[in-house]
Design a protein around this ligand. Structure first.
Ligand code: NZQ
Ligand code: ZN
Length: 389
């Protein structure tokens, strides 16, 4: 490893099918006023809501609710939640849901005591909070984003069609604790399950496909990818398989809790392309990534051939004998493609309603980041989006 870095991750995790009990351990650490944050109602159907509310009441908490947090949470919804948290004098924001609910709670946390407009401050200027933030705790019900152990928060401005993520530098923004019960993920529809699986895989790829040094982070990434591929195939056929679902849940957390980015200049262009498509279509996050990934990786492969060759051999068990580097690398991507098809993820952005005429507009809201094997410009963005149709 040749990079310089610091590492700190203060989120306390409770993992396993009895992990909700540990909410009783965490709640006494915070004041009386809890805002329970959740989505469109899945937690009411599967009973998680009742279990959480009972524990909150047993701990004498004074509860307010922010409900109806939508997938790809919007700025208008954020304004609504800030008011509720302010009126309740929130001591703790308890997010019960997936990445959207968790991201949203972090956005409320940094905005409650902030006088400036949060969109302007955090999502356009990427500033850090200058006010007191409210602690966030998380009970995770959907696996993929890693939001349970990172400081990322993605908000969509539906008016400007911008979907922007801010990864806060201050570790205080990470959830103070997260409760990970693999059983909670079993009521997810297949579409969401595989979307989350692809999101995890792509988080690892974005951090793996960069840099040329011999880096421990890449070896950890290969292990995580192998575990995910193995467990995803089992869960795809048998969604009730606890062992597979639990491995997927744990892999998701480690895929994006900053560990495997250490010493690396991560890429994140697939996420920038996927988020731009998401801002336009409101499509499911992991599926937007799946639909642009292969065109992106085929496009940049010649610029990072060594790593793509290593990916083929170490992750996909491609036999290199008698083949050129290019052939080995392409075989790796073909193996990845057939795994994606086996899972049933979305392979083209036209499935979300994107047409050729929309590409220029989507390119306009695509944020271009450096770090990957090929430095992109607007033309590259357009080419990859066209290939993804
Ligand atoms: O709203 P409800 O009714 O709860 O339904 C949700 C939602 O419709 C449903 N769901 C969740 N748990 C369930 C369940 N349905 C049945 N049973 C359960 N146990 O699943 C749907 C999707 O939930 P959502 O939270 O939107 O999914 P996900 O976890 O994929 O989060 C997506 C958001 O996270 C952002 C994305 O951009 C997107 O806005 N991301 C956050 C990141 C971060 N913090 O670092 C990084 C990621 O790359 C990503 O950008
Ligand atoms: Zn993602």
């Amino acid at each position: 490893m040749l990079g310089n870095f610091s590492y700190c991750n203060p989120t306390k995790l409770y993992f396993g099918d009895e992990s909700l009990n540990y909410l009783n351990t965490e709640l006494p650490k915070y004041g009386k006023n809890v805002v329970l944050v959740y989505g469109g109602g899945s937690i009411k159907k599967n009973g998680i809501y009742d279990d959480v509310v009972k524990i909150l009441k047993d701990n004498n908490k004074n509860i307010a609710e922010i409900s109806g947090v939508m997938p790809n949470p919007t700025l208008n919804k954020l304004y609504e939640g800030i008011k509720i948290a302010r009126n309740h004098n929130a001591d703790l924001l308890l997010a019960v849901g997936g990445g959207s609910v968790c991201d949203y709670s972090k956005a409320v946390s940094v905005s409650v005591n902030c006088q400036e407009d949060p969109w302007e401050k955090y999502y356009l200027k990427f500033e850090e909070p200058t006010c007191e933030t409210i602690p966030v705790g998380c009970v995770l019900t959907m696996v993929g984003t890693g939001s349970e152990m990172n400081a990322g928060s993605v908000i969509t401005n539906s008016e400007t069609k911008q979907k922007i993520g801010h990864v806060f530098a201050d570790e205080k923004i990470m959830p103070r604790f997260s409760i990970l019960n693999p059983k909670y993920t079993m009521t997810l529809p297949h579409y969401q399950m595989v979307s989350g699986i692809y999101d995890i895989f792509n988080h690892i790829c974005e951090q793996y496909f960069s840099g040329d040094d011999d880096n421990t982070s890449d070896y950890i990434s290969e292990g995580l990818m192998r575990s995910l591929i193995h467990s995803s195939k089992i869960a795809n056929k048998d969604p009730e398989n606890y062992e597979a679902r639990s491995n997927i849940m744990w892999t998701a957390t480690w895929a994006l809790n900053t560990l495997v980015a250490k010493g690396k200049p991560p890429d994140w262009m697939v996420h920038m392309l996927g988020q731009a498509v998401g801002g336009y279509t409101n499509a499911t996050h992991g599926m937007t990534l799946a639909a642009v990934s292969l065109p992106y990786y085929r496009y940049i492969m010649p610029f990072g051939l060594e790593k793509f060759k290593r990916f083929a051999i170490n992750v996909w068990n491609v036999n290199p004998q008698g083949k050129s580097d290019g052939q080995i690398a392409e075989e790796g991507l073909k193996a990845m493609e057939s795994w994606m098809k086996e899972l049933g993820v979305v392979m083209n952005i036209s499935e979300f309603g994107v047409t050729k005429e929309m590409i220029e507009n989507i390119a306009d809201v695509t944020i271009i980041l450096k770090g990957g094997y090929k430095e992109f410009d607007r033309n590259d963005v357009i080419k990859v989006l066209e290939e993804s149709l």
